[in-house]
Ligand binder design. Structure first.
Ligand SMILES: *[C@@H]1O[C@H](CO)[C@@H](O)[C@H](O)[C@H]1NC(C)=O
Ligand SMILES: *[C@@H]1O[C@H](CO)[C@@H](O)[C@H](O)[C@H]1NC(C)=O
Length: 610
């Protein structure tokens, strides 16, 4: 277990890129040759050992689960995004530096693999997760976060649909403006009494940093299973640190509440909840005459002289005749319809005369006593708190419930040719730091040089050279530019905390947001099955949604349809209703790139049931 293996990397795997057109002023550095000592159970993936995508898909698998629309019978892959090996092109890296990249943007993306050595995150260990993300294009809405799974096999990855029980931890950046922009951290915990599992999400998570100069970013998570301390680093600098047990830092809390309202308690009959009552001492004043009607006839009017009360107001229509089909025996005597008597229009009027009604100046209306504050008001009744019969506490939330046996990247792919590289999952922070020092730091430095060279080319000078990144959390004073961007981050984060997101596959049911006006839509975290899923779902009831969001620590969109914004329709597709999740039961042929990438999925394959 503790045996150390020496890995010699770099030149061995580096693919020659001679012949590529290169910047005259900046030489692309060769792939670094370095020696890293990794513990046997550490997992490190730099994507250099794969000769082709086909090779990649022997280890990394894309889910082949399909979604079938019952009404149309159409099926489509649940994760349609393609994946590929790619070298950075926007800001270059070392020669032949291969990265993992979702090649399809604006689509649900998933790829995962089995870890060769499952990790037990127990007392005395530290979980360390680290990887690089590099943007090559702008990002409005998209993720780059990963999920750690319990022990899985390849078949389970190929059938992965995001639901229970395939999730232990979520970590990584996610940005979907204006709803969210943060580095998620979530731990799955199972309620020991109800057996229900749910994700506990970090509140006040740091901003995603998916923005700006598009140089490579390094995300690091450290969780100490002994002290319960956690740390999120971005580019080697601590972005958020704390203890998992800090009050309110995770939502929902790791513990059950000590006391809960007694749901059996009933409001006592004598409990007076009326804040305002009619004044019981008030009496109707003597002058108040309730007998006067609201309207009275106007006695100043008199009958006009030409008004003829004897003349009928209505007469049978003389132009109307009994129809031929009328059967007197069955239908009775035919009667002509009545019309207004035309003779009445020649005089002031006819028929019985009465004056117009006017408002009664003496009208008082019914008397009601004035309202006063209720002197016996006892406040709103609330059920008394009792000790929670389901109380439990979890003082070691850093210890994961299952061994970590797999990793998946599963998110809404929102930025074309996003790059993922140098993934480390292990128990040793020094290893992650050492890898970062030898891969991330030189890559970042070279990319910043490219930006500076570009600025010099354009303007002949540099105003504010960028500070080179450091792995260790140095106490460096930020320059003004950094302070400003940090300030914008804080604003964005505040905004994200208040409004919020998004999507979900809650307990195997897929929630798809369809934006009526455009085809743009969001998909965010795939969450764990849980009873509290009502709190995780998407709401369009503004205020309520906000409360729910705060309760769960997950951001959700406020979907009010305001002008200028696309109208959202939420379609919750569940197994019984519109869409079935069907598994392709055909055994996987890993040699087939098409199948392994899920690209060739067609309705026939999906409709076939094993
Ligand atoms: C993979 O895991 C599933 C569920 O645990 C099991 O049913 C299946 O037999 C396993 N497949 C292989 C090839 O081990
Ligand atoms: C990483 O680099 C920093 C700065 O040079 C150094 O202080 C630190 O010891 C290095 N860490 C490892 C684990 O190599």
């Amino acid at each position: 277990m503790d045996s150390i293996i020496k890995l010699l990397l770099g030149l061995v795997f580096a693919r020659s890129t001679f012949g590529e057109k290169e910047d005259a002023s900046l030489q692309t550095p060769p792939f670094p040759s370095f020696a890293v000592s990794l513990a046997e159970d550490s997992f490190w993936e730099n994507f250099q050992s794969y000769k082709s995508d086909e090779d990649l898909f022997k280890k990394w698998h894309i889910s082949r689960i399909g979604l079938k629309d019952k009404s149309t019978g159409e099926a489509r892959p649940m994760y349609p995004a393609k994946w590929t090996l790619q070298e950075p092109y926007y800001l270059k890296s070392f020669k032949g530096d291969q990265c993992l990249s979702p090649a399809t943007s604006n689509a649900p993306a998933m790829i995962g693999r089995v870890l060769p050595h499952p990790l037990d995150i127990v007392e005395g260990t530290k979980l360390v997760v680290q990887y690089e993300v590099q943007l090559q294009n702008k990002i409005q809405c998209g993720g780059a976060f990963l999920k750690l799974l319990p022990k899985v096999n390849e078949t389970e990855l190929i059938r992965y649909s995001g639901g229970n029980p395939l999730l232990e931890l979520i970590f990584g950046p996610d940005k979907c403006l204006p709803y969210t922009d943060e580095v998620h951290l979530g731990l799955k915990k199972t309620d020991p009494i109800t057996g229900q599992s749910e994700m506990k999400m970090l509140t006040g998570a740091p901003p995603s940093k998916l923005e700006g100069d598009r140089t490579v970013r390094l995300y690091t998570l450290v969780i100490d299973a002994t002290t319960q301390d956690y740390e999120i680093r971005i580019d080697g600098q601590v972005a958020k640190a704390g203890n998992l047990l800090d009050e309110g830092s995770f939502q929902p809390s790791f513990h059950a509440p000590k006391q809960v309202p007694d749901l059996e308690a009933e409001k006592p009959d004598e409990w007076d909840e009326r804040e305002i009552i009619p004044d019981p001492d008030a009496e109707k004043p003597e002058y108040w005459d309730e007998s006067e009607p609201a309207m009275i006839p106007n006695d100043e009017e008199s009958k006009p002289a030409s008004w003829d009360e004897t003349m009928p107001e209505y007469i049978p229509d003389p132009s109307s005749k009994e129809p031929e089909w009328w059967n007197t025996a069955e239908d009775g005597e035919w009667v002509a319809p009545l019309i207004r008597n035309p003779d009445c229009f020649k005089i002031a009027g006819c028929g019985p005369w009465s004056p117009h009604m006017i408002e009664n100046p003496d009208y008082w209306g019914p008397w009601t006593p004035p309202s006063i504050e209720n002197p016996n008001y006892m406040g709103k009744w609330e059920p008394p708190l009792i000790d929670n019969p389901n109380y439990f506490e979890n003082l070691k939330p850093a210890q994961l419930e299952n061994s970590i046996g797999g990793v998946v990247f599963e998110f809404w792919s929102g930025s074309k040719d996003l790059l993922i590289d140098n993934l480390y999952i292990g128990l040793h922070l020094e290893e992650a730091e050492s890898l970062g020092n030898q891969t991330f730091i030189p890559k970042k430095k070279f990319q910043e040089e490219q930006i500076e060279a570009d600025i010099i080319d354009q303007r002949g000078h540099i105003d504010h050279p960028k500070r080179p990144p450091t792995m260790e959390g140095e106490n460096t004073v930020n320059n003004l530019f950094d302070q400003l961007t940090d300030y914008v981050d804080v604003l964005l984060q505040k905004f994200a905390e208040q409004s919020s997101i998004v999507q979900n596959i809650v307990g195997g049911s897929l929630i798809v947001l369809i934006l009526g006006a455009t085809s743009f839509f969001f998909l965010k975290l795939v969450m764990f099955q849980q009873d509290h899923s009502k709190g995780l779902g998407i709401t369009n009831e503004g205020e309520k949604g906000l409360e729910e969001k705060e309760k769960d620590g997950l951001s959700e969109p406020k979907l009010e349809g305001s002008e200028g914004e696309p109208q959202l329709e939420i379609v919750e597709t569940q197994v019984e209703t519109d869409v079935t999740v069907e598994v392709d039961m055909e055994p996987l042929d890993p040699a087939s790139t098409e199948e392994a990438t899920g690209i060739s999925l067609d309705s026939d394959t999906l409709n076939k049931r094993g």
